[in-house]
Write a protein that binds this ligand. Structure first.
Ligand SMILES: [Zn+2]
Length: 391
């Protein structure tokens, strides 16, 4: 049966519309967007507040969900990575249960599509049966041990296991992927694939590539990997990615906490199809620091939003990420950041035909956001704003 729903504001993926209604099939498909005056208010079910398309989580590590609440906040990336690597002994049952709970949490929080990092195969089962659309980034690293094929084989096996699901082979970060591993990754993927890489999350990363300083050399030595052969190129770390990654892939650069506008411009010149994914709550959790979003908006960069994993976040909620962004960088407007969370994220994962916008013929999922306020002409979230999934 068709139904009509209305709200104070509809956000269509780019802008707010006042007092409009949506005509829906019960499958969630949008039949029509009806302007004020063209429908009888008494015929519509009214949701006070705001309705948005389902949210897109452009960066998550579902397989780390069992690490929720285990690590200290604010210690910095290298101690955090140490913590992650040293947590090994968990019963498979616990891991599976945490993955299932996290998937359900995202769905309840209005997330309809996720770009998810996998080093292992633990998430395959849930990805096959979830209501959420997952694009899996099978992530590789070799601690910069150039020419060592020993690292590649297990990742190729993981990649093969994800056959039938949307997936790509991707590099973990500039500081952990050698030129030869980049070459292998380039050759496994075609230009239809989407690549994701962690980028400039911490200053040590730039220090390594500029002058072979910072904490990574020591970090690797502790695991038995020497960087004696490594010669810095004298530039920030993203230049190393640009030197070795094929620019024909659509690219998601994740975190970018320490990225300058000069670097952003260089990347956009090198690859126009680059999306910059911000995970603000994870940045606060790990580094107690946020990117300066003015660097990105001044370059007209494509921004989107991720939650990162439950090992480095308190929850998996895009609305909570939006609130954090607007709390600490209040020069941004809600509509701009909602666009990052909806239509930009959908383009980043190449699912914008179905998700991220309110258009007739689409089935984007619908979120109801309560506790908003209007200041002048600006729609804002109140501190207690919450999201409820309509469909
Ligand atoms: Zn990550």
């Amino acid at each position: 049966m068709r139904r009509l729903i209305a709200s104070d504001y509809l956000f269509d993926g780019c802008r707010f519309m006042t007092n409009h209604a949506l005509l829906l099939e019960d499958t969630g498909e949008i039949i029509d967007i009806v302007p004020q005056g063209a429908f009888e208010p008494r015929d519509a079910y009214f949701y006070p507040g705001l309705i948005t398309p389902g949210f897109i989580n452009a960066h998550c590590h579902l397989e780390l969900s069992h690490l929720k609440g285990l690590f200290n906040t604010g210690t910095g990336l290298i101690p955090f990575l140490n913590d992650v690597v040293s947590q090994r002994d968990f019963a498979q049952e616990k891991i599976d249960e945490a993955i299932q709970t996290a998937d359900a949490e995202m769905w309840t929080n209005g997330i309809v599509a996720v770009g998810d990092i996998s080093n292992k195969t633990d998430t395959i089962g849930i990805k096959r049966r979830s209501n959420i659309y997952y694009y899996t980034f099978v992530e590789c690293f070799d601690f910069l041990q150039n020419g060592s094929d020993a690292f590649l084989k297990p990742y190729l096996e993981v990649y093969d296991s994800f056959t039938g699901l949307p997936r790509a082979m991707v590099p973990h970060a500039p500081y952990s992927v050698s030129p030869s591993l980049f070459e292998s990754i380039n050759s496994v993927n075609s230009s239809a694939h989407i690549i994701s890489i962690h980028n400039q999350e911490v200053n040590d990363e730039d220090q390594l590539f500029i002058s072979k300083q910072g904490g990574f050399e020591n970090f690797y030595r502790k695991f038995g990997f020497s960087l004696d052969h490594f010669i810095p190129n004298g530039k920030t770390s993203v230049h190393y990615t640009m030197e070795h990654l094929n620019p024909d892939f659509q690219l998601l650069l994740v975190h970018n906490t320490c990225m300058s506008d000069t670097d952003i411009r260089s990347v956009m010149k090198w690859n126009l199809n680059t999306f910059f994914v911000t995970c603000p709550n994870a940045n606060l959790f790990i580094e107690n620091k946020l990117p300066d979003y003015r660097h990105f908006t001044s370059c007209n960069a494509n921004l989107c939003i991720g939650t990162d994993s439950l090992s480095s976040n308190w929850n998996l909620s895009i609305l909570e990420e939006i609130k954090t962004i607007l709390k600490y960088q209040s020069y941004l407007e809600l509509g701009e950041v909602l666009q990052w969370a909806t239509s930009n994220g959908a383009k980043a994962l190449k699912v914008d035909q179905q998700f991220g916008s309110l258009k007739s013929g689409m089935k984007p999922g619908l979120n109801w956001i309560q506790d908003i306020e209007v200041a002048g002409k600006e729609v804002r979230l109140k501190e207690n704003a919450r999201v409820q999934k309509i469909i």
